[in-house]
Structure formats: C-alpha cells, structure tokens
Design a binder for this molecule. Structure first.
Ligand code: PGA
Ligand code: ZN
Length: 428
C-alpha cells in the first residue's frame, strides 16, 4: 500500500473562539503531504453530560486556557496515531477513546480528541481528492440543509430578560439553499429595522450567535417581532419559526419551577404554554422544552404534539448514543441536535445520527455559541444528508462561514443539488 495516507505529524495550537476565549486547533498531516485541521467550538448553555473540555484552570482568562489540551494532542495523542492510515476514522477514534479511558473523555479532553478526529477526516478528504462532504457521504451526498437561524438571542446568550434562549427563523418553503438564505437575510434586515423603530437603536446590538438582543422580556414579544419581519418581507407561509428554550437555564432545582416571562410555571403549565404558542404562531421546531433530565415531560409533550411539530433534544441527548437511545425508548422528542463537540469524536457523532434516523428522528447539525470560522459542520450536514443545520444568524464571521460554505457546496453540486425544504421539518 502506498504510504501517502499514513499520518506523519499531528500539531496543535491554542487559538481564540468568537467569545475571546482560547480553544484548540489540531493539524494532521500525512506522509503524502496532505493536511486537515479542525478548530473546536465551545458552548455556553452546555448539557451536564457533554464530553469534558480540558482547560487549564487557574486565574488567567478565567481558567479557560487550553495549554494542557494542546500538550495532550502533541505528547499523548500524536504518538498513538502516527503511522495509522488517516482514512481509518473509526480506528483512530477508538484508539483515542481507549487511551483516554474515561466515560466522558475527561483525561484527554473532548476538545483535544475532537480536534484530532475531525482534522483526520479533513486530511483524508484531501488525500482522496474530494471535499469533506463527499468523503463522508459518498456520491449521494447532495442534500443542502434548511438553515435554522437564531435571530433573536436571549437566555445565557444575551444581556436581556428573555428566558428562552433562541428565536429562530426557518426558511423552509424554497427550492434551493440559496433562495432560503436570501429570504432569511431579507427577514433579518427587516427585523433589525422593526426592532430599532420599536426599542431604539441599541436594539440592533447582537448576541453571541449574531441574533439581535433587544430589551424584551416576553416570549410572545419576540415571536411577534419575528412574525412581523417575516410578513414585512413577503415571506408569510414560507419562512417558519422555531425556538430553543434551553429550559435547564431557567429551571429552578429547588422549587422545581420554570422561571419564564416573569412567572413561575410548573411542568404542566409550561407544557400548556408551548401548546398555546404552537396554536398562535407558525412554530415548527421546539428544542429542549424542559430541563434536561425530565425525559418524562419531554415524552408527554411528544405524545401530545409530536406528530405536528419537530421536538428537538440538545441538552437532553448531548449527541450521546446512550442518552439518545433512552429518549427513543421513552418516546421523548422526535429530533436530534447533533453537536460534534458534545460527544468528542466524529465516529460517535455519526453513530448518533444513524441511531436517530433509524428511529425516525430528524437530525439537525449544529454549531455552538462559541465558534471559530471553521466550517466543517456544513460539510458534515451535507455529508450525512440530514437536511437541517443550525448555525446562528446571518451575521458575525464565524456564523457566516457556515452559510457561505453551504453556498459554495450548492454551487459545486450544480444540478445534482437538492434542498431539504418543508418535508424534512414535517410541515404540510
Ligand atoms: P450553546 O448553545 O452552544 O451555548 O450550548 C447552543 C444551543 O443550546 O443550541
Ligand atoms: Zn440548544
């Protein structure tokens, strides 16, 4: 066998993410001179059971430096995988998982492992002379995802009083990704004008994911603003709405109540609240509606409205095959949010996607609130053909990188490209 695929070098360095905190970048090189790199994103509203991020601790940059993760890649991971065929993704990931030896990657760090895992996939794509989406998905990887754009930020992502973290526009009723993203951009600009006219110029400040962070405090106020902007843009009935509640962030463990919209709701009240929202707005996707351990409530909501709306598990499932299987068994949710850094290897993330699809769950590939300009998730979304991607608003370089990459892929695919459209979202 030619040795051009053999890993010859693994480098790592500390770079910054979009919130100004350090993160890890790994670069993998093969004997044939092919390279791939990956820069790891970071969440703010993290699920409790996510893979552990290895950070230095201490005072500097609030303990968030990643020199230990960089050293782990160079000193511990590199010697284990040098000489391995870079196309053997499962083998490489298994080597790292076993050497780490913990259930949640706490020894090497999910960040160290993931950086190398995806860098290998990119190097393998290079070495086999194909784009990453084609390397991952083969000849049938032609489906461009419907974008879910978080255009009003609340919760832990913004300095306003909105309890719900993300208010999304979902341009689903279009023929191409390009038409969909153009419509989303139109809505985004009209939303800004509307917010400025109603709340003053500071309402156009943006939060971590590029959505506006207006001084609102009520869920319906945000949804009304989205609806207005959609209608103003002439896309009523074509651009739908979605929310990511990230409900663990407004759940009070002590009182077992949800603090939302200035009220304290119990689980049943909150369920009724969502059902009402669904009646009043063109909502087609609700993510993490309850705190992440309440699978029973998630299952109950799914029984009640799951045939008409996408119910997404993010913190619930943390892209973890085990937690996802539990959800599937209980009938909790009908959709998986796939975040590669929640689980820490490409192999396990792809396994989670396979399990979800087999159970009839939809899959949405997702960014994190702390990102870099790395656009691998766009290729992953097309590679697995899941039909949906969540990558923030149409603003801020680290968000735009993902959408721009999708525009490139659609152009490259030409006539063979297709678009997720309404069918991936159970609409109509
Ligand atoms: P995070 O938020 O990246 O801060 O965890 C994104 C989300 O909850 O979907
Ligand atoms: Zn979420």
């Amino acid at each position: 066998m030619s040795s051009k695929f053999k890993i010859s070098e693994v480098k790592a360095l500390e770079i910054f993410d979009s919130r100004g905190y350090p993160t890890v970048k790994a670069v993998v090189r093969t004997e044939g001179g092919y390279t791939g790199s990956f820069s790891v994103p970071a969440g703010a509203s993290k699920g409790k059971e996510e893979a552990v991020e290895l950070r230095d601790g201490g005072k500097q940059l609030r303990g968030r430096r990643v020199r230990r993760a960089v050293a782990t890649i160079k000193e511990l991971i590199a010697p284990l995988i040098i000489g391995v065929d870079v196309r053997k993704q499962e083998e490489i990931d298994k080597i790292m998982i076993e050497a780490d030896g913990s259930p949640n990657k706490s020894n090497f760090g999910g960040n160290s492992i993931l950086a190398v895992s995806i860098a290998c996939a990119k190097a393998a794509a290079e070495a086999t002379d194909q784009p990453l989406y084609r390397y991952l998905g083969g000849v049938s990887a032609n489906l461009l995802p419907v974008p879910l754009l978080n255009v009003i930020n609340g919760g832990l992502h913004a300095g306003n009083e909105l309890s719900i973290q993300e208010f999304m526009i979902i341009p689903a009723d279009f023929q191409t990704f390009k038409d969909a993203i153009l419509a989303a951009a139109e809505v985004y600009h009209n939303l800004r004008d509307y917010l400025v006219s109603k709340y003053g110029v500071s309402a156009k400040n943006v939060g971590d994911e590029g959505g506006f962070a207006p001084p609102m405090s009520k869920t319906t106020e945000a949804l009304d603003a989205l609806l207005k902007a959609v209608e103003e843009s002439g896309y009523g009935g074509k651009v739908y709405l979605g929310i990511d509640c990230a409900a663990s962030s407004f759940y009070d463990q002590k009182s077992r109540k949800y603090k939302i919209d200035g009220k304290e709701l119990d689980t049943n009240d909150l369920m009724e609240f969502y059902i009402e929202l669904m009646r009043d707005y063109p909502l087609v996707s609700i993510e993490d509606p309850f705190e992440e351990e309440d699978f029973a409530a998630f299952a109950e909501l799914t029984r009640r409205i799951g045939d008409r709306i996408q119910l997404v598990g993010d913190d619930f499932f943390v892209t973890n095959p085990k937690r996802l299987k539990k959800g599937i068994e209980m009938g909790a949710g009908n959709s998986l949010l796939l975040k590669v850094n929640q689980i820490g290897t490409l192999t396990e993330a792809l396994e989670a996607a396979r399990i979800a699809s087999k159970a009839g769950y939809s899959v949405i590939v997702s960014h994190r609130s702390g990102e870099t300009i790395d656009a691998a998730i766009s290729d992953i979304a097309v590679g697995i053909g899941c039909g949906q991607i969540k990558a923030g608003a149409i603003a801020r370089g680290e968000r735009i990188a993902k959408y721009n990459r999708l525009l490139e892929i659609e152009e490259e695919l030409g006539k063979s490209a297709s678009f997720g459209g309404k069918r991936v979202l159970r609409i109509g």
